[in-house]
Design a protein around this ligand. Sequence first.
Ligand code: SF4
Ligand code: SF4
Length: 372
Amino acid sequence: MLTRNDIVEKALALDFGDVGFTTAEPFEAQLEYLRNHQQEYGWTEKVGLGLMAGTDPRAVMPAAKSIIVLLESYFREAFPSTLEGHFGRCYLDDDRVTKDALALRIKAFRSFLREHGIDSKVPFNLPHRAAALRAGMGTLGKNALLYSRRAALKSSWVLPLTVVVDREWAPDSPSGGLGCPDWCRNVCVAACPTKAIKGNGAIDPRKCISFMTYFGREITPRELREPMGLYVYGCDRCQDVCPRNLSWLSRERAMNARAEAKSKDFDLRALLHMDGAFFKSRVWPHMFYMSPNNLWKWKMNVARAMGNSLDDSYVPDLIRACEENGDDRLRGMIAWALGRIGGSHAKGALERLLAGSSGVVREEIEAALGRA
Ligand code: SF4
Ligand code: SF4
């Protein structure tokens, strides 16, 4: 019969940063929170995340008796700065599609359990952070992230993974509450460019850049375009500024070879001009929240980032993309980006594009030319 200690030893041997145990009882407080914040979280049901169903582990495995929580420390290796400037780090070595890195370690852990007669499931929709807190594995930050009690130098650069099992072990004592030092002065709240952080350990996901980059459906509202800055997919700002993360951020790191190898595919110009085949083979396997039907959204995010870069070497690319793409949300953002970069080349292009434009594209061009 496997003991808790056997499991901890196996998980650490597989290079997980920490391990905790909790019961398979439903996460009632989480369900209540979701019910009371439907305006902020209702969209999660529409896009199929199933967060409400995930609050009951027995909906995933009727025989569930415990949850083993594994903490994966990420950002252990360095990423090219060209990637870090535009993408959240947790996506820069994400193998949820390719299944050739972390997935193999999870598989090995589950095989170990199976060899000892234990059935397991690794659901995507369980409240991972709540499970980790219930398993005593850390505290919350005001930015709503889990800060580990020991992995990744007690920082927030951790991903909790839940393994629901049909075996009972004594649970760990829950932890929780905010673990932020009084002297911090809410740096994350002040630094969040879109005011998504409420300051009490919760965020409004609809205002978070991460949400807006992949789940937004319309052209990004004008007042959010500058605050969203250079991010194309995800955002790390509230982690980068946090003093609880300083030790982990300042570690020396070797370059992540996988991220380095794909970095040219994630160059802004490559993304702005990509076709469906390029997207499916080079981009989607690594960042998959947007489907091939939403290439316009990828490109719109890229156009906004190019505009905020203020780099006029992007002007010819933006003009070309406006001529080659038909989606008005993208073309409208390109007009905004040209206006933001400014200069005679961009202005001349906007004047030319105005002649054949209508609707939202025309509005954006007129605004970019200062005529709205
Ligand atoms: S990830 Fe970015 S946008 Fe989202 S809460 Fe943190 S700082 Fe704000
Ligand atoms: S920046 Fe300050 S308030 Fe925000 S999570 Fe870090 S320590 Fe807490």
